[in-house]
Design a binder for this molecule. Structure first.
Ligand code: GLC
Ligand code: CA
Length: 556
């Protein structure tokens, strides 16, 4: 398998608004990031991915960009950004920017121009269409906010927005728009940035003629753009014209794509992306979207992981993640808050011992958990508001929806990072833009630093084990108990070198019998989330959410 820096990277995601406030206005910023670079480095991180830092009205917290070549004044300026970039590079960490080019903000100058008249040169930067009589051009619904079309009276046309109204979709079929994208990429790469996380990049090509979609409660029409006709062509153009000129890394966010799409986009010498951010394994406790919750199923989760591991091995590369700014906290979700430490460590072991590049989301490394807001008025996100309308339409009461939002909303991941036990969790000296989880007095970085048994210190140890081992970086993956309801057990192999990874998802004790001829007494225990790991050769008792990693060196 070809080696590459990104395959050996550990990527830490910063969602800037809630990471660390450096100037005391209650909003996270680059000053705050600068303060914490050493901390990030201390985890074993080798690259930072910044969620959008650009000027934005913040209708979707930065995923609605008003200027692609600048920094949001709330976060700093270009000069401060360069300081952060240099600071990261000096510490041996790369920097990856979020590239959001499926849509812009409606406050972007291009969109403002496009509103002026049908023959304005920017009009065709967006997807404008005449309605059908009094109705929109087709039946598409947005992911975030009712219909996907917004009417403009002056122009007597509708513009398409597959996300919020304030996020008009760019018309990627227009070659001028593609030139703009390349120019944005070039701007940041020339400054020294090392790559991009490309936001919903698989949505950029819409089916010609924009046909009606299969009716759904949200996102009707998605089959016509989730992997559109010109996707490969446009991504190839970006790669050839711009990206190839730099040693640049690209990870594409790709909702509703499977391992087959990953092979198309990320394998072979003409690959257009280095890896995909898949959603398959995030659907083990929900249907289609996080909000439609169903009980967690280990089998659903493992099937997703196993498929991506097996199909991509030797051909493409996996992004390994459990958290980001779009999902609730993983301990509350796939783990158990009552066994916060145990399940937090187990989930990290389960995910990051697989083959791929680990992505860690701010706060995950200290085991932050979901928040519990007492009223809907405390929420901040367009998705939460949209779902509120939908759930009400389906007859849910406000109280019932509040419960659902507390459990499933992505805002759970957006509370300020808990740095210490002082006021506001040490995130800011003033009241933050969004409430700090009240558990900050117990769960915070300072506390975790002091505790040798903390989730934080386990992450450090785990990453060290992984990063120093060809076996964990490049070894093959095999699920050894593909049907077990409680235990996820897999092996990694490289030649005759092996590791056995055992992860219990049970909240009670359970018995583990070794698959194949694995002998626990002969293995070297590399990791365990309990202080000891009693075992007989072929059997052991696993405590709640126990995780173990055994190592078997090369046979001589
Ligand atoms: C991606 C982002 C998400 C954003 C959406 C629209 O899914 O991760 O935060 O709301 O795209 O840009
Ligand atoms: Ca600030």
């Amino acid at each position: 398998m070809a080696k590459d820096w990104y395959k050996e990277a550990v990527i830490y995601q910063i969602w800037p608004r809630s990471f660390k406030d450096g100037n005391g206005d209650g909003i996270g910023d680059l000053e705050g990031v600068l303060e914490k670079l050493d901390y990030i480095k201390s985890l074993g991180v080798t690259a930072i991915w910044f969620s959008p830092l650009y000027p934005s009205p913040q209708a979707d917290y930065g995923y609605d960009i008003a200027d692609y070549k600048n920094i949001c004044p709330e976060y700093g300026d270009l000069e401060l950004f360069k300081k952060v970039l240099d600071g990261a590079h000096e510490r041996g960490m790369k920097v990856i920017m979020d590239l959001v080019v499926n849509h812009t903000s409606d406050e972007h100058p291009w969109f403002k121009e496009s509103l002026k008249s049908k023959d304005n040169p920017y009009h065709d930067y967006y997807i404008w269409r005449r309605g059908k009589g009094k109705r929109p051009p087709n039946n598409w619904l947005s992911m975030f906010e009712g219909g996907a079309w917004e009417y403009n009276k002056g122009l007597d046309e509708y513009y398409l927005h597959v996300f919020a109204k304030k996020q008009p979709d760019l018309n990627m079929d227009n070659p001028k728009v593609r030139e703009e994208v390349k120019s944005i990429m070039d701007f940041w790469l020339s400054m020294g940035v090392d790559g991009f996380r490309e936001d919903v990049i698989t949505f950029i090509s819409k089916q010609d003629g924009l046909p009606n979609g299969f009716p759904l409660p949200i996102a009707t029409g998605i089959e016509h753009y989730k992997h559109g006709p010109h996707l490969l062509e446009y991504l190839t153009e970006f790669r050839k014209d711009t990206l190839e000129k730099h040693d640049c890394f690209m990870v594409g966010e790709s909702p509703l794509t499977g391992a087959k799409d990953a092979l198309e986009l990320t394998s072979g010498k003409d690959k257009v992306l280095d890896m995909l951010i898949s959603f398959d394994h995030m659907q083990a406790d929900c249907f289609m979207t996080d909000t439609v919750a169903v009980p967690f199923s280990l089998n659903r989760m493992r099937k997703a992981f196993d498929t991506w591991q097996e199909k991509l091995y030797g051909k493409a590369w996996n992004a390994l993640y459990l958290e980001n700014h779009d999902h609730p906290r993983i301990i509350s979700r796939y783990g158990n808050e009552k066994f916060r430490k145990e399940s937090g460590k187990m989930l990290a072991t389960m995910c990051y011992m697989q083959c791929g590049t680990p992505f860690i989301y701010q706060g995950q490394e200290i085991g932050m958990v979901n928040n519990n807001l007492s009223s809907l008025s405390e929420f901040k996100d367009v998705v939460t508001f949209n779902n509120e309308k939908l759930f009400k339409k389906f007859g849910f009461s406000e109280e019932q929806y509040l419960k659902i939002a507390n459990k499933t909303s992505r805002e759970n991941a957006r509370t300020p990072v808990q740095w210490d036990s002082s006021a506001y969790g040490g995130f800011s000296t003033t009241e933050p833009w969004f409430s700090v989880n009240p558990n900050y007095t117990e769960i915070n970085v300072e506390e975790a630093e002091k505790d040798p048994d903390s989730i934080l210190n386990y992450y450090r140890k785990l990453l060290k084990v992984r990063q120093n081992s060809e076996l964990f970086l490049y070894g093959a993956f095999k699920d050894l108990l593909p049907k077990d309801e409680k235990i996820y057990c897999y092996e990694r192999t490289l030649g005759t070198e092996k590791a056995l990874i055992i992860c219990s998802f049970s909240d009670t004790m359970c018995t583990f019998r070794t698959p194949g001829d694995y002998d626990l007494e002969k293995g070297e225990l590399l990791l365990c989330n309990y202080p000891d790991a009693p075992a007989k050769a072929h059997i052991c008792a696993l405590r709640p959410y126990e995780a173990r990693v055994y190592y078997y060196p090369k046979e001589k």
